[in-house]
Write a protein that binds this ligand. Structure first.
Ligand code: ADP
Ligand code: TRP
Length: 321
């Protein structure tokens, strides 16, 4: 069973990325043939700073390895190191109805907000379909916001199979309900593009400040809070603290007597503790960048061997070459 997922190097990774996608993906490496990549081509649709892209790409690699991606089990590479994906993207684009792309949130939301949209952003889901289909992927672990893109991939794959004969495996998304959408500091979905994130490897002082400044309501500490489960700090605590600890805080908040300041302090402490080991691993990896580059190089070679076969299959099926 092949498992595949990707993440864009468009900024520092955060708790939404971690719990929504990275942790499930890392856990899945025990259960199948895991293929994970850094989607640097995709990042070009919204990030136009070359130096930032280079830095972010290395940062994502460090983050993933520090969080437990094991290069002995998983194939891990940078998308643009296997450029065959752009060729497959062209083949797929010719069978992709405009209407299918026009309905995609990634494009619709940005254009509705008046953000200038480029063709790459419009065609983004086709490149993502190529990412998935090029490696005969069965399962795609992602957060809920990516489900639509996997649906588009399924449509395109089915169309290709219908037109040119059985060529592609139809993949399925895998979304963990409990972490499908991690909420950000402002109550919206946590996202790099909303500036409402808690970074996985944020600076200690800055992150403490961010957490302590989460806005709460004006009820006094003594007041019982029957809606304690809706409290953002409780929701985040459930992710980073052991279950009995978060349950205890939740019932104290519900009963009344727990102040928001104490709750936020606990959230910071558990967050810091949760990533302590990974933080130490990341510091080690940073001292050994040759190793990191080596992992990515080897990953690209392994990925390419699979990509070549599938691309050849698709070209033959469609009368190319
Ligand atoms: P961002 O919105 O911060 O730019 P990406 O779109 O790069 O994040 O998402 C990378 C991966 O992380 C995707 O699989 C996405 O579904 C997941 N993800 C991002 N934000 C969240 C969130 N708030 N909750 C759950 N999963 C998320
Ligand atoms: N679009 C995904 C995101 O923004 C990243 C991505 C690119 C991806 N190609 C993929 C995810 C293929 C899964 C499979 O999060």
């Amino acid at each position: 069973m092949r498992i595949l997922s990707g993440i864009q190097p468009s900024g520092a990774l955060h708790l939404g990325n971690y719990f929504g996608m990275m942790r499930p993906a890392i856990e899945l490496q025990e259960h199948g043939d895991a293929f994970y990549f850094i989607a640097d081509y995709h990042s070009m649709t919204s990030l136009f700073d070359a130096a930032a892209r280079r830095k972010n790409t290395l940062d994502v690699a460090l983050d993933f390895l520090a969080c437990g991606l094991d290069p002995k089990r998983s194939t891990f590479w940078v998308q643009s190191h296997v450029p065959e994906v752009t060729e497959l993207s062209w083949l797929l684009s010719t069978l992709t109805p405009m209407g299918l792309l026009e309905r995609c949130h990634s494009f619709k939301d940005k254009s509705a907000k008046g953000i200038p949209v480029n063709h790459g952003l419009f065609a983004y889901p086709v490149l993502m379909a190529a990412d998935i289909l090029l490696f005969d992927s069965n399962i795609v672990p992602v957060g809920r916001d990516q489900k639509q893109h996997v649906e588009v991939t399924r449509d395109i794959a089915a169309k290709f199979n219908e037109q040119y004969g059985q060529t592609f495996i139809i993949p399925e998304s895998q979304i963990r309900d409990e972490v499908a959408a991690v909420t950000g500091l402002d109550g919206q979905k946590m996202s790099k593009s909303y500036g409402n994130t808690i970074e996985i490897f944020g600076d200690e002082k800055a992150t403490r400040k961010k957490i302590m400044s989460i806005v709460m309501d004006s009820r006094t500490p003594a007041e019982p809070k029957p809606d304690a489960d809706k409290n953002l700090a409780i929701q985040l605590l459930k992710l980073v603290a052991p279950a009995d600890v978060s349950a205890d805080f939740e019932s104290r908040l519900r009963a009344g007597g727990l102040g928001y300041g104490d709750l936020k302090k606990a959230l910071f402490e558990h967050y810091w503790q949760h990533f302590a080991e990974a933080r130490a691993r990341r510091a080690e990896l940073e001292k050994n960048l040759d190793h990191v580059h080596g992992v990515l190089r080897q990953g690209a070679e392994k990925a390419r061997a699979v990509a070549d076969k599938v691309l050849t299959r698709a070209k033959q099926a469609s009368g190319l070459g």
